[in-house]
Design a protein around this ligand. Structure first.
Ligand code: IVH
Length: 677
C-alpha cells in the first residue's frame, strides 16, 4: 500500500474505531462484535507499524498501551483542583441550603449526582484532541498520566464535533478541561484479586486503592489490562457556552464523554433527600462503588456569586453515606500463614451484627495497618463493611481502651513453625521463609497442586491432604505419586476404605495426563498464575527451557515482568525445587507443551484467513500470529478473497453462512495445525 492510501485507511479506521468505542463504552450500545472491533484495531496497528510516521498521538491504537512512563511529570493545574466539603446528615444539608439561599437571590435548582469512589482526574482537550491527563495531586499540582489515561476506553481521545457525525448542540470549545473520576468496577476488581490469589500474591484492598495503584503503573499495557473506567462530572474553560452545569454534562456526553445517567435536577431540598434515600438503599446494586451523593447548584451565574472558600466551592457539597459500622471488642489477633508463606493478621472479635450478618473476624491486612491504627487486644474497635467481602477494622474507640492494653507487637516468628519472618523492601506483608518445613505452606502448596485448575485431583482435597500429611504419608507434592506403594496402609485408615483409596490412586494416575501449562501452574511458583503459566508454556515449550532461561529471556516473553522473572529464577535456583521437578518428571507428568509448534515458513503465502470462534488448543492470537508468521494474511470478514475460514466453537452464524455461500473452505485448528506442520 502506498503512503497516501495508508493515510486514508488509517484515518477511516481511527474514526470508525473511536465511534464504536463510544457506542460500546459510553453508550453501552455496541453495534459491532468484539471480534470485528479487534480486527479493525489490529489492522490499524499493522498499518501504523508499516508507516510509523502516520501514527498520531490520539490514535485508537494508543489504547492498548505499551508505552512505559519512567517518571510522572508534575503539572501545575490551570484551575485549582478543589475538593468538596462533606456533610453527614440531612441537617447538615439544611444548613447548606440555607447558606446558598442567603447567598443568592431567586430560584435555586440543584443537580444531584453520585459520588463515585475512585480517583479524580483532569483531562485537557485542545481542538477536540486529548492533550494531557493529570491526577489531582495536592490540588495545586498533580502527576501527568496521559499515556495511562489513553488506555481507558471511556476517555475519548478525539471528540465528535456536532456538525460532523456528532449529535448536534454546542460545539466544544477549542480549549477546555473536563474532570471526573477514574474507577474500577467491582467485577474487574474481583477478577484481578482472583488472579492474584491464584498466583499467591498479596490481594488488593479495594477498587479505589487498586485504581490509584493502576494509574501510577509505569507499563501502560498493564494499565490497559486493568480495564479502568471513567465518569466525568465537571467542565472547566474560559468561555464555556453553557448557562448551567446540567446542560454542560449533557453536552459533554454528546461530545463523547462518559457521563452517567444517574443525575437529577432537584427544585427542593426534599427532592434532594429523595435522591439520597434511593441511592443509599440501592447503591449495592450498582456495578461500581459510590460513597455518597454530590449536590451542586445548577446555574453558573449563581455558582459565580456564591464563589469558593480556600478549599471548596460554596455552591456544592458532598453527602457521605454512613458506612455500615459496628463497634465491638478485639479479643485476639491471630496470624494466618498462606501457601506462599505470606502472613495475614486477623482480628478475632466479640461477635457483632453488621449489615445482616454476624461478624467474628476481620482483616487487619499487615503490620503497617496495625501500627497506623494502633489497635490493641482489649480495644473497642470499629468494624466496617465496605465493598469488600471481609469486614475491616477502621478505627479504635480510644475512650474505651482498657488501662492495661499493651501496644501490639507484630510477630517476628512464624506462628506455625517458629522460623524468623522476613519482609522484602517493597512488600506489605511479612513472609515465613521456611517453605519446606512450615506445615500450612506445605499443605497449602499441595492443595494448590491438586486443585481443579491445576492437576485436578478431586479425590485429594484439603481434608485428605491434611490427614495424609499428619500421618506422614506425604511431605511434598512429589510424594503424592508414591502413594500407590502404601495402598494397604491407606486402606486401613479409618474412613478410607478400598473404594476411596482406589479413587484416590486413580485420580493421581489420571493427573499424569494434565497438560504442561497446568503442571507449571500447579508448581505454585509465586506470581505465576494460570494465564501466565499458559503463556510461558506456549512460548518456551518445556520445563528445561524455562529452568535455563535468563532474566532477559524471560522478560522477552509476552507479559513476563521483572518481578515474575525474578520469582522464576529464584524458584529454579533452589536445589530442592529442581529435585522436585526431576521426581515429577520421573513419575510421568507432562513437562513439555504438546501443542503444535507454530513455526515460521512461507507455507501460507498468498492465502487469506478469517479466524472466528473459540479454540481449545491455541488462543485466537496464537492462530493469527501463526498465519502471519507462515506468510498468510488475516482478514476481519469473509469475502470472495477469503481462502479459509478457521472456525472454532461458537463462531458467529453470519460468518459461517457467508463462507458457505461463497464456497470458502472451513477448517478447524487441527487441520490448520497440519497445514503448517
Ligand atoms: S465535583 C469543585 N462531582 O469527590 C468540585 N466530585 O472532594 C469538584 N467526586 O475527589 C468535584 N464524584 O473526585 C464532583 N459527581 C461528582 C463526584 C466528585 C466523586 C470526587 C472528586 C473529589 C471528591 C470531592
Amino acid at each position: 500500500m502506498i503512503k497516501d492510501q495508508a493515510k486514508k485507511k488509517i484515518e477511516q479506521l481511527s474514526k470508525e474505531l473511536e465511534e464504536h468505542n463510544y457506542k460500546y463504552y459510553v453508550l453501552a450500545k455496541p453495534s459491532i462484535s468484539d471480534y470485528d472491533f479487534d480486527m479493525k484495531l489490529e489492522e490499524l496497528v499493522k498499518l501504523e507499524k508499516e508507516f510509523p510516521e502516520l501514527l498520531l498521538s490520539d490514535s485508537p491504537s494508543q489504547r492498548v498501551g505499551g508505552m512505559i512512563t519512567k517518571e510522572f511529570k508534575a503539572i501545575k493545574h490551570e484551575y485549582a483542583f478543589l475538593s468538596l466539603s462533606n456533610s453527614y446528615s440531612k441537617d447538615d444539608l439544611k444548613d447548606f441550603d440555607e447558606r446558598v439561599r442567603k447567598g443568592v437571590a431567586g430560584q435555586i435548582e440543584y443537580v444531584c449526582e453520585l459520588k463515585y469512589d475512585g480517583v479524580a482526574i483532569g483531562l485537557k482537550y485542545e481542538n477536540g484532541k486529548l492533550v494531557q491527563a493529570v491526577t489531582r495531586g495536592d490540588g495545586e499540582q498533580g502527576d501527568e498520566i496521559t499515556t495511562n489515561a489513553k488506555t481507558i476506553r471511556a476517555v475519548p481521545l478525539r471528540l465528535s464535533p456536532p456538525s460532523k457525525g456528532g449529535q448536534g448542540g454546542f460545539s466544544f470549545p477549542d480549549k477546555f478541561e473536563i474532570r471526573g473520576e477514574v474507577f474500577m468496577t467491582r467485577k474487574t476488581f474481583d477478577a484481578i484479586n482472583k488472579e492474584k490469589a491464584e498466583a499467591g500474591d498479596a490481594l488488593l484492598a479495594n477498587p479505589r486503592n487498586s485504581t490509584a495503584g493502576t494509574l501510577k503503573m509505569q507499563d501502560s499495557a498493564e494499565v490497559a489490562r486493568r480495564k479502568l473506567d471513567c465518569f466525568m462530572y465537571m467542565l472547566y474553560g474560559k468561555e464555556l457556552p453553557f448557562k448551567n452545569h446540567y446542560e454542560s454534562l449533557k453536552e459533554a456526553k454528546k461530545w463523547g464523554f462518559k457521563v452517567p445517567d444517574y443525575i437529577s435536577k432537584c427544585k427542593t431540598l426534599d427532592d434532594v433527600f429523595e435522591f439520597i434515600d434511593i441511592w443509599d438503599k440501592d447503591r449495592h446494586k450498582l456495578p461500581f462503588d459510590i460513597d455518597g451523593v454530590v449536590i451542586k447548584v445548577n446555574s453558573y451565574e449563581q455558582q459565580k456569586v456564591l464563589g469558593f472558600t480556600a478549599k471548596s466551592p460554596r455552591w456544592a457539597i458532598a453527602y457521605k453515606f454512613k458506612t455500615e459500622t459496628a463497634s465491638t471488642i478485639l479479643e485476639e489477633i491471630t496470624y494466618q500463614v498462606g501457601r506462599t508463606g505470606a502472613i495475614t493478621p486477623v482480628a478475632n472479635l466479640k461477635p457483632v451484627k453488621l449489615g445482616g450478618t454476624t461478624v467474628k473476624r476481620a482483616s487487619l491486612h499487615n503490620a503497617d495497618i496495625i501500627e497506623k491504627l494502633d489497635v490493641r487486644v482489649g480495644d473497642t474497635v470499629y468494624v466496617e463493611k465496605g465493598g469488600e467481602i471481609i469486614p475491616k477494622i477502621v478505627g479504635v474507640d480510644l475512650k474505651k481502651r482498657p488501662s492495661n492494653a499493651h501496644k501490639t507487637k507484630y510477630i517476628s516468628e512464624c506462628p506455625e513453625c517458629g522460623t524468623e519472618l522476613v519482609r522484602g523492601e517493597d512488600e506489605a506483608n511479612h513472609y515465613c521463609p521456611n517453605e519446606w518445613g512450615c506445615p500450612p505452606q506445605i499443605k497449602g502448596k499441595m492443595s494448590h497442586f491438586t486443585s481443579r485448575k491445576a492437576m485436578n485431583i478431586d479425590s485429594l482435597g484439603e481434608e485428605t491432604i491434611e490427614m495424609l500429611y499428619e500421618k506422614g504419608f506425604v511431605k511434598n507434592i512429589a510424594d503424592i505419586y508414591e502413594l500407590k506403594k502404601y495402598k494397604e496402609e491407606l486402606m486401613n485408615i479409618e474412613r478410607m476404605g478400598e473404594k476411596s483409596v482406589s479413587n484416590l490412586l486413580a485420580g493421581i494416575e489420571e493427573s499424569k495426563q494434565v497438560p504442561f501449562e497446568r503442571v507449571l501452574y500447579a508448581l505454585g511458583i509465586r506470581h505465576v498464575g494460570e494465564t501466565l503459566a499458559k503463556k510461558l508454556a506456549r512460548q518456551l515449550r518445556d520445563i528445561d527451557s524455562i529452568m535455563d532461561a535468563t532474566e532477559e529471556q524471560l522478560t522477552a516473553t509476552n507479559d513476563v515482568g521483572g518481578q515474575v522473572a525474578k520469582s522464576l529464577i529464584d524458584f529454579f535456583s533452589e536445589k530442592k525445587n529442581i529435585e522436585l521437578v526431576q521426581r515429577l518428571k520421573k513419575y510421568g507428568l507432562q513437562f513439555e507443551s504438546q501443542t503444535t509448534q507454530l513455526t515460521q515458513s512461507t507455507k501460507l503465502t498468498g492465502l487469506t484467513f478469517v479466524v472466528s470462534g473459540v479454540f481449545t488448543k491455541f488462543s485466537r492470537d496464537d492462530l493469527k500470529a501463526a498465519i502471519e508468521q507462515n506468510g498468510g494474511k488475516v482478514a476481519g470478514s469473509v469475502s470472495g478473497k477469503t481462502s479459509y475460514l478457521l472456525a472454532g466453537e461458537n463462531m458467529g452464524p453470519e460468518k459461517l453462512k457467508k463462507a458457505e455461500k461463497l464456497g470458502v473452505k472451513i477448517i478447524d485448528e487441527n487441520e490448520f495445525g497440519e497445514m503448517i506442520k
